[in-house]
Design a binder for this molecule. Sequence first.
Ligand SMILES: [Zn+2]
Ligand SMILES: [Zn+2]
Length: 260
Amino acid sequence: MPSKPICESWFSTQRIQEDLYLITEPHYYWYNRANLWLIKGQTQDLLIDTGLGVSSLRQYIASLIDKPLLAIASHIHFDHAGGMHEFDHCAIHTAEAEALRRGDDYEALCTLEQGWVQEEHFDRLPHSGFSVEQYTLQATEPTQVLQEGDVLDLGDRALEVLHLPGHSPGCISLYDLRSQELFSGDVIYDGELLDELHCSHIPTYIATYERLQKLSVETVYPGHYHSFGRERYQQILQEYLERRRQPGCPSERLATSEVR
Ligand SMILES: [Zn+2]
Ligand SMILES: [Zn+2]
C-alpha cells in the first residue's frame, strides 16, 4: 500500500473569542476528532483536552501561551488525553488519575483490539514513521487531581469542575457560572452520545443529565462537533432522558442504587 502523505501542520486553530481558541486535528477522522479549547486567563492559561498526542501540541500552541499553562483532560479517552504527557502541569479527575499514571490503553480506548484507533482514520500522517500499531497513551503523572467543586481561578474568570460520570467514570465539565459557559467534554455534545462503552454506565449517565437539566447554561463548548446554545442544550438532555429512561423504572432509584 502506498504510504500516505505527511501533513504540514497536524493542528488547526480558530479564534472563537478574544480569550478563547479552538484547536482541532483536521487530518483525523471527524467522528473521533476532539475539540481542544485554549482559554487565555489573566493569571493562568487553560488547555481543555490535548488531542491524540501524535504531534506536539505544546510546540504548536507555544506562541499563544504567555502565562503558566494547565492542561486538563476532560476524561481519559485517547482523543482527549493523548497529549497530556507533553505538559508540565496537567490535571484529570481523581477517578481516572491512576489510568493516566499507568498509561492505560484499555481505559483510554486505544488498544488495537478495541478498534477505535485505525489507520484509515488518518488521511495524512502526523510525521514520518507514524503507525497506529505503536499508538499508546503515554504514562503521565498528573500534577493536579481534580474533584467535584474544585475551582480553577484564571484571575479574570473562574471555572468550576463538575464531575459528570456516565460516558466514563472520570468525566468532567468545566463551568463558568458568571458567563454560563460549559466546557463539556464528552458529557454532552450535539452528535451520537456514547454510553455503551466498557467504561460507560447508563443509569449514571441519566443521573448526570438530570443534574445538568438544572444547570443554567448559555453556551456549550463541547468535546466534539459544534458549539450550541441554551435551547439545544436542553433539547439534547431531554431527548437522551426520554430515550434511556426505562418505563416503570425511575432513574432516581437506579442511580442511587448503582452509582457511587
Ligand atoms: Zn470519550
Ligand atoms: Zn471524545
